[in-house]
Every structure is written in structure tokens, then in C-alpha cells.
Design a protein around this ligand. Sequence first.
Ligand SMILES: [Mn+2]
Length: 322
Amino acid sequence: MKFLITGDLHLRTRRPQSRMDEYFVETCQNKLRQILEIYMKQECDVLIQPGDFFDSPNPSGELVVWAINQLIYMIRRCKHKNRSFCLVTVHGQHDLSYHSEKSIRRSILSILEAANTINCLREEKHDYGLALFIGASFGQTPPLAPEFPKSRFENNLGHTLSKVLVAHTMVGDKPLWPGHDLTEPEQYVKKHPGYDLYVLGDYHYPFSKKVDNAWVINAGCMLRLTSSERDRQHRPKVVVFDTEVGEPVDIYLDVEPASEVFDMTKIEEKAKDGLSFEGFIDRLKDTGSIGVNFRENLVAYFEQNKTDKNVKKLVWDTFGGV
Ligand SMILES: [Mn+2]
């Protein structure tokens, strides 16, 4: 079975501060189109997107309609060639209102799923032929890997079955800021053993790491969103993973060089003004562990501490719906 692995997509219409693209939405659309073309060309069976599909829980309706149409077109194209188009995803914090998993049932991704264009993975098993998928959205703990099938179990036809965990969780190989307590791929596998392939999002930079017999893969963000040095060095890519081969293959997307898309004068000015920590703040916001928005932090606190609904009502009434 052949998987096409992408990282966070962050589809959006608004141009990030340091970018110079005239219409940023076209940059985003171009990325998704390239990914879908690679899916066709490489004859993949499943497209795996590990969350942060959209940059916001309320993306523009026009962008959502465009995405649905692209996916319907893909389904038709594949059907025409007797193939199937299957996109599996989980919710990242950017897909969730107030970063709360309670908003999953009314999220844009759930709307895309209701339109039969994507499959939102949950903690139950999702069986796609020779692979078994389990999903953990932002804030969710992945379940224990199912005992059956045995890892890399050969079925009667001699095919390899794989257990795949797709999770939106902060795992990386290099801390994002001094003192960042980052879980490394090896630690993550130790904590959630038994899967053959771990496809992770949230961390915006790519890594493909073999831990014992499993692969832990994060393809990295499809967009260069901040002016940080690391984003400017980042090369958006997708990863093809053929379970029969068992090795990831990188395919780099066709993107403009950083010098063409980033406003270097702004970056230099900011560095001079001592404001170069903008990227740091962006990343801090992105981890979702603590927001800079009072309301979001309050909602997160309520979620984590199982607050009584009468108490919540009193707090909201007091703050007048902040
Ligand atoms: Mn993200």
C-alpha cells in the first residue's frame, strides 16, 4: 500500500506578515494542487494529513468550497482510473474552536467529512484494506495499538498489513526555543508502542526517524508562515511511504525561493528593532499549551479541569462573553 504523507497544511486566505505574495490564498491552493497531482502520479492509495488542515477554525467559505470541489474532482479522477482517493486526517488545534476537542462535531473538517470528501480518524480502528488507521486529534491521547493484526503481519495473500497512528502532537528532533521541553520521536514511540508507522503533525519541521521497526514521520509544514530563520530555510515536501518497501521517499514541492516570498527589509528592520522574537511568539501560540488570548486560556482551563457548567456560566456572565 502506498501512502502520501503531508504535514500541517494551514490553508488560509490572509497573507502572513512577512510574506510578499500578492494573493496568499493562491499560494495555499497551489500547494494542495501539487500534493493532489503527486498522489495521482505516484499512484498512492491514501493521503495522510495530520491536522491543521485549515489555519483557522473559521476559514473563508470560499476557500472551504474550493477545497471541497478539489477533493470531489480528485475522487472522480481516481474513479475514472479505477482507483480510489482516500484522504485521512485528524484535527489540529487550528481546526478547533478555542483549541477544544468538543468543537470537533461542528468543525469545518467534520463538514468536509459529511460531504464525503475526507475521513476524520478517531480512536477506533479505521480499516483501509491493508492498513489500519487510528487517529489522535490535538489534545487527545492515542489509544493502545490494537493487538491484531500483529505488526507487519503477513496475511493469506502475502501482503503486509500496517498499523498507522496519525496524531497532531508536538514531537520533534530539535527544540523550537531555549528550554522547550520537546518530546523526541524515540520517547513518543516508547510511550505509544505497537504501531508500524506514526504520522505526526503540529511540529512544523520535517523528520523521518526509524525507531526499532517503526517509522515516525513528520513531513513538516506545507507553508513557510513566519519570518524565522528556520522557516526561511524550510523546504516544503511530502513523503511517499510504500508499505511493501518500508522506506520513506521525499518529494519536494515546487516553491519560490525564500528571498522571493519574504520581505527581507521587514525582517532586517525587525531584527534591528529587537522585535525578532515574532517567530518565537508564533510558535508559542502554535503549541497550544498556552495561548495569548485570555478567552482561549479560560476555555482550555475549563476543559482540563472539568469545570461545572454552572460555574462556567457564572464566569462567562461575569466577563460578559469575552
Ligand atoms: Mn500547525
